[in-house]
Design a protein around this ligand. Structure first.
Ligand SMILES: [Zn+2]
Length: 292
């Protein structure tokens, strides 16, 4: 009880009453928690700056019987502003915030997950627009790994057969990941299709840190496949569809529809220092996809 300090990422800020906000924080050392920021919606509130969604701040909290309350708040990372000002970056970051809010248990601290989310938000604030998707995918894969339901990528989740790099699979939430063609026909024929480019991307993202995601650019079709496959996999764990994900996807589809020129030939790796040495060779598959 009493006062305590946390460093936290603001997952959500819900208006309450006339001038308050209820924050959902993901705090280093504390995990996910809720706290009310009284008066924080008043224009001159000292709390206003660091009590908006997608902020990274330091908070002095007072424990309460029902809800803790924010006594002081200050921003830690001013570099996250683009997440609140650029719609595409905001939509992508909101997906990661909503997934943590929905899937992580309250008051279960995880330093690894805190750092993954912090790095993801920084990357989403800075990465080139074409890499926002891969950064979100990177976070999804690492979130699922941390939560203990990592999808099976390299072999068939049903029969265990090792899958060839060029093989297309069905990505089944029910079965726990990739399914070879014959198992898919028997068990989950309607699961999303994932071809070589998307499979290579997922392997690559799992094996590397977020910087690899910041340099990854997928073909429009590859990105769409990965997004559908991951969402299918994650939705299986959610009690309600992710509104943030649906918004993010619809925004992206809208942009592609408006700018057909942008959907031309693909650059799969924009790494300035040469392609990362991944056995999954995202570059190789992307090259083929670009010619096709
Ligand atoms: Zn199989």
């Amino acid at each position: 009880m009493g006062l305590y300090r946390v460093e936290a990422l603001v997952l959500r800020a819900r208006p309450m009453g006339e001038a308050d906000r209820v924050l959902t924080l993901f705090a280093r050392g504390e995990g996910k928690l809720q706290a009310v920021a009284r008066g924080s919606r008043r224009p001159r509130s000292r709390l206003m700056g660091a009590t908006q969604p997608l902020c990274h701040g330091r908070y002095l909290l007072m424990s309460g019987r029902e809800l803790d309350s924010v006594q002081q708040a200050e921003l830690v990372d001013h570099g996250l502003r683009p997440l609140r000002e650029d719609l595409r970056r905001m939509a992508a970051a909101s997906v990661t915030a909503e997934l943590v809010d929905a899937l992580v248990e309250a008051r279960e601290p995880s330093e690894a997950l805190f750092r993954a989310l912090e790095q993801t938000w920084t990357a989403l604030a800075e990465a080139p627009p074409a890499s926002l998707g891969p950064v979100v995918f990177w976070f999804c894969i690492h979130l699922m790994d941390r939560l203990g339901y990592a999808p099976v990528l390299d072999r068939c989740a049903a029969c265990g057969r090792e899958l060839g790099a060029a093989e297309a699979v069905r990505f089944s939430a029910r079965e726990g990941g990739s399914l070879c063609a014959s198992c898919a026909a028997e068990r989950d024929a309607g699961a999303p299709l994932l071809k070589a480019e998307g499979r290579a991307a997922l392997r690559h993202l799992r094996q590397h840190d977020v910087d690899a995601a910041r340099r990854l650019i997928l073909s429009p079709e590859g990105e769409r496949q990965v997004r559908r496959a991951l969402y299918h996999f994650i939705e299986y764990r959610l009690s309600a569809p992710s509104r943030a994900w649906q918004f993010w996807e619809s925004l992206d589809e809208l942009e592609r529809a408006e700018m057909p020129a942008a959907a031309g030939p693909t650059v799969v790796s924009g790494a300035p220092s040469g392609p990362p040495a991944a056995e999954g060779s995202v570059e190789g598959h992307g090259g083929r996809a670009a010619q096709g």
